[in-house]
Design a protein around this ligand. Sequence first.
Ligand code: BEZ
Ligand code: FE
Length: 294
Amino acid sequence: MRNFNENTITHAVLERISGASDPRIRQVSEALVRHLHAFVREVRPTQKEWEFGIDFLTRTGHMCDDKRQEFILLSDTLGVSMLVDAINHPVPEGATETTVLGPFFVQAAPAKQNGDDISGSMEGEPMLVTGSVSSVDGRPLAGATVDVWHSDDDGYYDVQQLDKIGDLAMRARFHTDANGRFHFWSIKPAPYPIPHDGPVGEMLEVQGRHPWRPAHVHFMISAPGFEQLVTHVFVAGDKYLDSDVVFGVKDSLIREFAHRTPGTAPDGRAMDTDYFHLNYDFGLKLAASDARAA
Ligand code: BEZ
Ligand code: FE
């Protein structure tokens, strides 16, 4: 087969890959070719525009290493990460909704005890976080692993300023107590722009978009037999809740970070300054294999 033109090229490529022995590879490859060709037919790029597209993707790749993942940022800002999340995480009654992981998770977060202050050397408005972890039927889960991480009051994560602060802060790993509860102190996070000094930032600019995320605290919660939960809790009233650059906000994940005046905090700590209190009760769903057996 030869002499392909605009009308025959798609069919020719589909035919060429029709012999792939793995049916999933065949399905994904065929869909890729059909949609990519339909996109090109719709957009009708000039040769220069095609070159720009190749250069954009090349620069995106060059901006990826073990600290920066510009391709995931591209997926996040085009809504693809949340689409994949929605497809893979249906939420049964009682289960907490999921959202994007983001680039600032650290595998080996410092282990802390309930009640610890995880703000390290960071200054800001004190924040008490209390919460619980249960199964969707309301059974408290003791010993669940609760990873938390959040930005400082200027919107920077510890890993973005390690040169300045020297050590990880505003992140930790806790375990729930016998009643499935956890609590810790830190500082209240602020909204922040995602890294926008690369190709994704350029894209946002020309699309007329801002790079901001509303203030939030990240949680990753695991317990044996349950599906790992990756989510955030957003600060109610934040001005970016309806325009999160990565489309990650869900109503069920928004909470009041309640302003409290000096006095005895809910965990018994004597506070001589104002502080904020967030409480969130998380529901985990059974892991797929356990759900089938139940
Ligand atoms: C974050 O919340 O940490 C985040 C999520 C997606 C892209 C950039 C940052
Ligand atoms: Fe974040």
